[in-house]
Ligand binder design. Structure first.
Ligand code: ZN
Length: 102
């Protein structure tokens, strides 16, 4: 709701310059901080995770990656892999995880 209001205000102040929020980017998978997404827009970019190099850095990898386990524990209280639905069911914590680990 707040995001909608902010986007509406932003559209009035800066017509034509609406930017998607970090949460919207995450939910769509079009997050410029994910290598796999960067690769879609520039095939010279390596899609693999810069931290482990073991898999493309997708949303699924980010939510399951062992390198974010401490952040997941601190924010979500679990070391388990997070399902994609986490982005919708716990949006605030999802953004916190993104800010800390992406
Ligand atoms: Zn990785």
């Amino acid at each position: 709701m707040l995001t909608t209001v902010n986007n509406e205000i932003g559209a009035r102040l800066h017509p034509g310059k609406i930017r998607s929020t970090p949460l919207a980017q995450l939910r769509s998978g079009h997050c410029i901080r994910l290598q796999a997404y960067k690769h879609l827009t520039d095939n010279t970019v390596d899609p693999d995770c810069p931290r482990c190099g073991q898999a493309p850095q997708t949303l699924e990898h980010w939510l399951d990656y062992p390198g974010t386990v401490q952040a997941r524990l601190g924010i979500f209280g679990t070391t388990e892999a997070l399902p994609l639905s986490t982005l919708s069911t716990v949006p605030g914590k999802s953004v916190a995880l993104a800010r800390r680990t992406l």
